[in-house]
Ligand binder design. Structure first.
Ligand SMILES: Cc1cc2nc3c(=O)[nH]c(=O)nc-3n(C[C@H](O)[C@H](O)[C@H](O)COP(=O)(O)OP(=O)(O)OC[C@H]3O[C@@H](n4cnc5c(N)ncnc54)[C@H](O)[C@@H]3O)c2cc1C
Length: 381
């Protein structure tokens, strides 16, 4: 997604320059959010394409970039083809965290081909396991349950979305999911997976054995930095490619954007790596503009949102249940704002069960003022 946003920005600034895109996938760029949402509820696959090919771009699909030589300004792909460049953007995204001792039949859900694989299985089978209780795991479990599939979620945290939600809020989501027939095995870590007959059997750290027709893993991701390592690019402490506020990596002519890049957030006073669509699009656009000769300092405070059955949430900035938080319940039951604080400053805000005001949330975080439970109650609608 970041690659397409960069290409769009380059084309806006430079209608005729040569642009090439090398992608491991056999598809031209597309929106990823529909893969766990609208495509399961009647959405049309024709609507996911980003139409990058219409911008006069040489699309080199089904080709994995394997090594980068920033000093020579060349890139190699897995078949040894060489691409020379003036400026290169690394937008390789992130790669699924694998379950140890597992078999190939597990679907690590990331791209369009995974959607096709899962869809084919869903058309024939009934019993599914979703491993992982985060953003993607909750969406996929809801999508499968809405198709009347028998769904079991297995994850090591105490509740769904527990890495970002306070436990009281996570429990609300849990009861929504359970009321829709989803079985939840919380505080259980999948330690291995095996194929026995036509079933996939997962084993947990409690020695529980569970058998399914299909297992989908949404076990988190790590930045896909293989190509960066070949080019001697500096990595940040969180594993992403370190970039400056112009999205420049540590070698001349190399930029990085999206899930793979860790950027300095001036607003938050720290390095941030975000793996969501809004930041990928905004970073890609800023990187593209700079690659085409612009001078854009990137300081966007990213957001993301999700809907699980009727329950929605919108997160702005850096939200994590590890931080101190203040919950501001609203009059309506089950509606609240959660403010996440580090050293008394708001780093992130989550609107639970209402759209909230993202612009006001960004403004409040940007003020960087000291806050506490009293000043935050009633701060935002
Ligand atoms: C199923 C799903 C649903 C999501 N839903 C949401 C949502 O609702 N809201 C939200 O905010 N975020 C969502 N996200 C996250 C969001 O899609 C990502 O943050 C975003 O796609 C990141 O963009 P990117 O360009 O950095 O990486 P990607 O979009 O992942 O693109 C990276 C591309 O690089 C390719 N690549 C990797 N290595 C190489 C190589 N060596 N050579 C060539 N090509 C390579 C990959 O195959 C891929 O095509 C979702 C993610 C998934 C997987």
């Amino acid at each position: 997604m970041a690659a397409d946003s960069a290409i769009q920005a380059i084309r806006r600034a430079d209608p005729s320059g040569t642009i090439g895109m090398v992608s491991k996938e056999d598809h031209s760029p597309y929106e990823r959010p529909p893969l766990s949402r609208s495509l399961w509820s009647g959405g049309n696959i024709d609507d996911i394409w980003r139409n990058t090919g219409n911008l006069g771009v040489n699309l080199h699909l089904n080709r994995a970039a394997t090594s980068l030589f920033p000093d020579k300004k060349v890139l190699y792909d897995h078949e040894g083809q060489i691409y020379s460049y003036e400026k290169v953007l690394i937008a390789t995204g992130s790669t699924p965290r694998k379950i140890e001792n597992s078999i190939d039949d597990i679907i690590y859900y990331r791209g369009l081909d995974d959607y096709f694989t899962l869809k084919a299985l869903v058309e024939k089978q009934e019993h599914f396991c979703v491993v992982g209780g985060g953003f993607l795991g909750t969406e996929l479990a809801a999508a499968l349950a809405a198709r009347d599939k028998d769904v079991t979620m297995v994850f090591p945290e105490k509740g769904p979305l527990a890495s970002i939600l306070p436990m009281t809020v996570s429990k609300e989501l849990l009861s929504v999911m359970v009321s829709r027939g989803i079985k939840v095995a919380a505080e259980e870590l999948v330690t291995s997976a095996d194929k026995i007959g036509r079933e996939v059997v997962v084993k947990t750290n409690r020695d529980t054995l569970l058998a399914f027709d299909g297992v989908v893993a949404a076990t988190g991701t790590i930045p896909e930095t293989t190509i960066a390592s070949t080019g001697d690019l500096k990595l940040s402490g969180d594993g992403g490619i370190a970039v400056d506020d112009h999205l420049r990596a540590s070698m001349p002519g190399v930029y990085a954007a999206g899930d793979v890049a860790s950027f300095p957030s001036k607003l938050l006073g720290s390095v941030l790596r975000y793996d969501h669509a809004d930041s990928a699009n905004a970073m890609g656009a800023a990187a593209g503009e700079n690659m085409a000769g612009g001078d854009v300092a990137f300081d966007h405070l990213p957001e993301y949102s999700s809907r699980i059955f009727g329950t929605e949430y919108h997160a702005v900035g850096d939200v994590s249940a590890r931080y101190n938080y203040v919950i501001d319940w609203k009059e309506e039951q089950s509606v609240c704002n959660v403010y996440y604080l580090v050293n008394g400053r708001v780093r992130g805000i989550l609107f639970w069960n209402h759209p909230g005001d993202v612009v006001a949330a960004r403004a409040l975080i940007s003020e960087n003022k000291a806050h506490n439970v009293h000043t935050l109650k009633g701060q935002l609608p």
